[in-house]
Design a protein around this ligand. Structure first.
Ligand code: PEP
Ligand code: MG
Length: 568
């Protein structure tokens, strides 16, 4: 069995076709006639644009708008005036068109690859794709015809580029295996949009597998089984059937409002960690983003993202979400989220220490950079700011003071921002929960962070296996906290959401309906299942369950009582 990154869910059973890059070798020349080379370049460009225009249309139909935008992005890059003039300059200096295209593309690839940021690195992949396509057009070479593959093909390639993915006839391809790529790479987004199981980042995949070899691609666990026995194939056929049945059942919930059985509307949002994740929210029909964890923009790099880089990232998420609400949480570092270059001291109890809003308020210049980027981005959609790890009203007031200072600066410089910006509070400490009535006066909304709220309420360190049995959102104390927060939010007339993992738990959903939760924010892949769970209960039924459950005294009793109802 081989392992990789499960980037598109599902089970694919089929035979391998190995896709190798076309032979793009040529002999570079430096004594060419510039006019002839420019004509060859223009012919190739014409073909490039015609081909990509057709591809984008096709992808729009088969995989949706955001997938088509990737192809349009390639066309934009090839129209970039700097790129074009650099290619022409080299041709004027005597280079052949192939060498000029290759040299300029390599320049861009090196530039994008050097930036320590996933989004920019992705652009290097795009340029690599453009380079191969342009060279193939200039040299007149053809690669494996991806639009005419045998039935039940598992395509194995070094890299799955957008232009390759766009050619693929999805009826005949049942799986992808690649040597490079991550969950957020364009290839992964396209594979998910086409609903083809994919396992990426499998070392030497094009060498490991043989053409026509029978394989099973498990896109859920990121595994590949080779030459499986009959029994194994039969077991995976059953898994595939169950998966497809479930997917089809959930698909019925695409495009619907999120309603309880008796027609009460709630909002169904999703949690994201990068702006690109927003495409997944759209793909799974999320109605907004309930939590954008901005710390991911600060992680896995050696310096802090500056104001502009942050601004672009927030703006990108807003543009993808097209005027839908995007709740962006300010930096929540510390605890289990370490950022080495910030030089945080090692602490005895990091979860009780110098983290999140506590750190940000002490490092106000850094915090103001983030708040300024957020305010500037707020001109591009319904951005709302959320403050993490609040314990009292002072913290909220201090953040609001900083925001007012930035607003004054932006007014002075006549820079646009949303003057009606909403500022919400995450309720994830017992202190904030108990003070919900006080905080509700300062907050435009609440979002309950059950991941931390459970840990802090139960006084449990999640990393400590000896006490893990206490970590449950179904503990009576945690449930009472949740009920209290929602009730106080309601009394104050502000919406209350939940962005902790518990929001997607089918066992908890009837209780949340009864308590009157306004907004559920879950992983993008849990969106449709959550919409379905919500539709299963009327308020009256949910109230009946809540009444009996909330009278119970232990977590065990509560879970067993809820399980009884859920299985009804
Ligand atoms: C939470 O604590 O519930 C939450 C959503 O925040 P995080 O998991 O990022 O700490
Ligand atoms: Mg938290």
């Amino acid at each position: 069995m081989y392992h990789g990154i499960g980037a598109s869910k599902g089970y694919g059973i089929g035979r391998v076709t190995i896709y190798r890059d076309a032979d793009l070798r040529y002999t570079p020349r430096s004594d060419c006639d510039a006019q002839t080379e420019k004509m060859r370049l223009n012919d190739a460009l014409k073909l490039f644009f015609e081909r990509n225009e057709r591809l984008s249309e096709r992808v729009r139909e088969t995989a949706g708008e955001s997938a088509a935008e990737i192809i349009l992005g390639h066309m934009m890059m090839m129209k970039d005036p700097y790129m074009c003039s650099e290619i022409e300059k080299r041709i004027d200096a005597g280079q052949c068109a192939e060498a000029a295209v290759e040299a300029v593309c390599d320049l861009f690839i090196a530039m994008f690859s050097a930036v320590d940021d996933e989004m920019t690195k992705q652009r290097a992949t795009d340029v690599r794709d453009i380079k191969s396509e342009m060279l193939a057009l200039l040299l007149g070479v053809h690669t494996v015809d991806l639009s005419d593959l045998p039935k039940d093909t598992v395509l194995v390639a070094k890299e799955l580029t957008p232009s390759m993915t766009a050619c693929i006839d999805r009826k005949n391809v049942v799986g992808f295996i690649t040597e490079v790529g991550s969950k957020t790479s364009h290839a992964a987004i396209l594979a998910r949009a086409m609903e083809i199981p994919a396992v990426l980042s499998v070392e030497n995949a094009t060498e490991k597998f043989k053409n026509n070899q029978l394989v099973i691609v498990d896109g859920i666990h990121g595994e590949i089984l080779t030459d499986p026995e009959k029994g194994t194939v039969a077991a995976y056929v059953r898994l595939r059937m169950d998966f497809e049945k479930e997917r089809a059942a959930l698909e019925k919930f695409m495009g619907l409002e999120t309603l309880t059985k008796d027609g009460e509307k709630v909002q169904l949002f999703a949690n994201i960690g990068t702006p690109e994740d927003a495409s997944q929210v759209i793909a799974y029909d999320g109605e907004g983003v309930g939590l954008f964890r901005t710390e991911f923009l600060f992680m896995d790099r050696s310096t802090m993202p500056d104001e502009n880089e942050q601004f672009e990232a927030y703006k990108k998420a807003l543009l993808i979400m097209k005027n839908k609400t995007v709740i962006i949480r300010t930096l929540d570092i510390g605890g289990d989220k370490e950022i080495p270059y910030l030089g945080l001291k090692k602490e005895e109890n990091p979860f009780l220490g110098f983290r999140a809003v506590r750190y940000c308020l002490k490092n106000s210049e850094m915090y103001k950079t983030q708040l300024r980027a957020l305010l500037r981005a707020s001109a591009y959609g319904d951005l709302q700011i959320m403050i993490p790890l609040v314990t009292g009203v002072d913290e909220v007031r201090q953040v609001k003071t900083l925001i007012r200072e930035i607003q004054a600066e932006l007014d002075e410089k006549v820079i646009a921002y949303n003057k009606d910006l909403k500022i919400g509070v995450m309720i994830e400490t017992p202190s904030a929960a108990i003070l919900a009535d006080v905080l509700a006066k300062e907050a435009d909304f609440f979002s309950i962070g059950t991941n931390d709220l459970t840990g802090y309420t139960m006084a449990v360190d999640r990393g400590n296996a000896d006490v893990a049995y206490l970590y449950s959102a179904f503990s009576p104390a945690v449930l009472r906290m949740i009920r209290h927060i929602i009730s106080e939010g309601k009394k104050a007339g502000i919406p209350v959401g939940m962005c902790g993992e518990a929001a997607a738990d089918p066992l908890l959903i009837p209780l949340l309906i009864s308590f009157g939760l306004d907004e559920y924010s879950v992983n993008p892949t849990s969106l449709l299942a959550t919409r379905r769970e919500i539709s299963r209960w009327s308020k009256q039924e949910a109230d009946k369950i809540a009444e009996s459950v909330m009278a119970l005294e232990t977590e065990k009793q509560i879970v067993s009582e809820l399980s009884r109802y859920i299985h009804l």
